[in-house]
Design a binder for this molecule. Structure first.
Ligand SMILES: NC(=O)c1ccc[n+]([C@@H]2O[C@H](COP(=O)([O-])OP(=O)(O)OC[C@H]3O[C@@H](n4cnc5c(N)ncnc54)[C@H](OP(=O)(O)O)[C@@H]3O)[C@@H](O)[C@H]2O)c1
Length: 280
């Protein structure tokens, strides 16, 4: 019987898929939160076939829909006593400005706010599991500017700026969680997976698409891209490094802007306000 319970978002493709597979190989019970249940079930069958681990589960969760996030959190709460690892992996970059079901700019909704709500609603399970929360950020955070007056990019939308800001938010969120919930036994990390050949950027057009096409031969495989996530999910005694940003399984300094306490606290407050009506 597996004894580590891991929940992961965005397992149906790329880095998330390889992370789920690697952790199932290590006998974790893996709960995959997916927006496309058919795709999730095919993946579950594939992972179970490869690993013979029958504790791989699919739960519907569209991170662009707060009701869907709540229903996934309720399913987890009704079936589990504790979660030991939560990997906030799902993410995307969107060529045109779009909004989630709740009217939130899509990059912010999927890459940050959806995971923020998920964590808030799972806190009792995360505390009981003395969990590690792992946020997949990106080196793109270095280009991020926290524009709290226009957090939803309504004035001038740029796919890359919205993405970079959301990846900066992943680092703020990891650090805030480590500070606020470290005393309750939760640790939290952010990481850059490398530049990885996945479906990431499939929605891009023009120059972005061309750049990605040229870079593909030099990119890491998805399996290589999953390595730091797997490391943080499994390495013993890493709680002392909680709140940090990782690359290649090592702590590295994020951009200076990512260490700003005021901006970090502001993001927490704004996020709380935005998910407020959906907190359970
Ligand atoms: N690839 C890179 O070079 C790179 C570099 C730095 C950071 N990252 C980060 O790594 C993470 C994983 O990206 P990837 O490269 O593996 O990309 P990917 O292959 O495009 O996978 C993205 C995953 O997110 C899921 N997802 C997207 N929107 C969702 C939604 N609304 N609700 C639930 N799930 C949703 C996708 O589900 P579907 O299968 O249904 O589409 C898919 O499983 C992202 O956070 C990304 O920002 C990637």
């Amino acid at each position: 019987m597996p004894y580590i319970t891991t929940v992961i978002t965005g397992a149906t493709s790329g880095i998330g898929r390889e992370t789920a597979l690697a952790l199932a190989k290590k006998d974790h019970a893996v709960y995959m939160l997916v927006r496309d249940v058919k795709k999730g079930e095919l993946l579950r069958d594939e992972i179970t076939g490869i690993t013979k681990n029958s504790h791989v589960y699919v739960i519907e969760c569209d991170l662009a829909d707060m009701q869907s996030i709540n229903s996934a959190a309720n399913t987890l709460k009704s079936g589990l006593m504790a979660i030991n690892v939560l990997i906030n992996n799902a993410g995307g970059i969107f060529a045109q400005r779009q909004e989630s079901k709740d009217g939130v700019e899509l990059t912010l909704a999927v890459n940050h706010l959806g995971h923020f709500l998920l964590v808030q609603n799972l806190l009792p399970l995360l505390e009981r599991g003395q969990a590690r929360v792992i946020n997949i950020s990106s080196e793109a955070h270095r280009m991020g500017k926290p524009n709290f007056r226009d957090i939803q990019s309504t004035i001038a939308y740029s796919a890359f700026k919205a993405y970079a800001m959301s990846k900066l938010f992943n680092i703020y969120f990891a650090r805030s969680l480590a500070i606020k919930y470290g005393p309750k036994g939760i640790s939290s990390f952010a990481l850059h997976p490398g530049v990885v050949n996945t479906s990431f950027g499939a929605d891009l057009k023009g120059l972005g698409k061309i750049l990605l096409w040229f870079m593909r031969p030099f990119m890491l495989s998805a399996e290589q891209g999953a390595q730091t996530s797997v490391y943080l999910a499994t390495a013993p005694r890493i709680d002392a490094k909680s709140g940090n940003y990782f690359k290649n399984k090592h702590v590295v300094n994020p951009a200076n802007i990512a260490t700003k306490e005021k901006a970090r606290d502001k993001l927490w407050d704004i996020s709380m306000e935005m998910v407020g009506p959906f907190l359970q």
